[in-house]
Design a protein. Structure first.
Length: 314
């Protein structure tokens, strides 16, 4: 039967499970994604843990959209939920649900792509713009429309109580001062060590102490990871000197989410269309800063991040 996820409704997508498509494991389900009756692409869903499968959750793109040789994308979401016994529902945590929305945001980014060249399509964008659509999609999880349909008691069918949702929202702001400083300490270290002079060897521990002193990092807050085991610092071109992009993506996300709040609903059609036309469909065919301006009408308001994390700013 055709189905439509609420986060996909912003883009007019319908997901219909199809059979007879080759899969690499019996647990994998395949959905044809259409808009207005026309195929947009295929979405593979591989939800369960099993021997030999890597841990965590991720999105993969098996085929990238392009018009150079008209091609629709094939993307997947992969998780590690524990499969229930036959006839039993699969229960997941709030964190797991949030991660699913995050990874599905990557999938939507790939499916919405509408550019000419595959090298510029979908998630082939700068790292902050890779995480921007996925982190933005997390904002739809706690909405009444989603929770009222999917967050139901597995025995009684009762929706999640509003009081519990309020507690979850309040808890989201807990300890954000510590977390923000902790993250920024690592991001600044990453940038500084990559721009340091290469004339002589660098002691990473001493460099850390010097950097934390320079930026006035409180001694009670240490870097999230010790520099010598922090994979994001030296792990190839993908991340080196780029750890800051996650907090910048969070800033983009917070400001973009406020556009929907200002419009009166996270399901406002005009704002959703602008998001699609300016961000989700353009890949790297438009400079990211220009894409954001087209959506928001201005440059990023960095105070949006602070508001989203519960800090008292205007």
């Amino acid at each position: 039967m055709p189905s439509r996820s609420l986060s996909a409704c912003r883009y007019g997508f319908t997901f219909t499970q199809i059979k007879g498509v080759p899969v690499y494991h019996p647990d994998v389900r395949v959905f044809e994604v259409t808009r207005g009756g026309k195929r947009v692409g295929l979405w593979y869903f591989d939800p369960y843990a099993r021997d030999g499968k890597r841990s965590g959750a991720w999105m993969s793109e098996y085929r990238t959209q392009e018009f150079f040789k008209p091609t629709t994308p094939i993307v997947s979401n992969n998780s590690n939920y524990v499969k229930g016994k036959p006839g039993e529902p699969v229960l997941i945590s709030w964190d797991d649900a949030q991660t699913m929305f995050h990874e599905f945001g990557h999938a939507l980014h790939g499916l919405n792509s509408n550019v000419h060249y595959p090298t510029l399509a979908g998630t082939n964008v700068k790292r902050d713009f890779v995480e921007f659509p996925s982190q933005l999609n997390e904002h739809w999880l706690p909405t009444r429309e989603v929770l009222g349909k999917f967050a139901l008691h597995y025995q009684t069918g009762a929706p999640i109580p509003a009081e519990l949702v309020a507690k979850i929202e309040k808890a989201r702001h807990f300890n954000q001062g510590f977390k923000t400083v902790e993250y920024l300490a690592s991001a600044i270290y990453d940038l500084k060590i990559h721009t340091a002079s290469g004339d002589k060897p660098i002691d990473p521990g001493a460099f850390e102490n010097q950097t934390m002193k320079e930026i006035g990092c409180p001694p009670e807050i240490v870097m999230r990871h010790r520099p010598t085991q922090f994979g994001h610092v030296f792990s190839g071109d993908e991340y080196s000197a780029g750890y800051y992009v996650y907090v910048w993506a969070d800033t983009l996300t917070a400001d973009a989410a406020e556009a929907f709040v200002e419009a009166g609903s996270l399901y406002d059609k005009a704002t959703a269309k602008r998001l699609h036309d300016s961000i989700m469909s353009v890949g790297n065919s438009i400079p990211p800063e220009e894409a954001f301006r087209r959506f928001r009408g201005r440059d990023v308001d960095t105070n949006a991040l602070m508001r989203d994390r519960g800090f008292p700013v205007s």
